[in-house]
Design a protein. Structure first.
Length: 83
């Protein structure tokens, strides 16, 4: 998906199963006892991609919210203060 994820996966290609399980827990937040390298690598990639996608969506929401606030403030309306 992204070059950053591809580089991370290249680093993990030669990792031992214990290292993969540690990375799995780091990325997915839950421990595993699975010994299957292909499974661990696939799930780690999916977790990294999901985190990247969530970060992109959060940035988009913040950007949209900032755009909306700019539109609201440019309505020509002013804030009134009550004393």
């Amino acid at each position: 998906m992204s070059k950053k994820i591809d580089k991370e996966m290249e680093k993990l290609a030669d990792a031992r199963p214990a290292e993969l399980r540690a990375k799995y827990e780091e990325v997915l937040g839950e421990p595993t006892r699975a010994p299957n390298r292909a499974f661990l690598l696939r799930r780690i990639r999916e977790g990294l991609e999901a985190k990247e996608q969530a970060a992109k969506e959060a940035r988009k929401r913040r950007r949209d919210a900032a755009d909306d606030s700019d539109k609201r403030s440019s309505d020509g309306l002013t804030k009134l203060t009550v004393e």
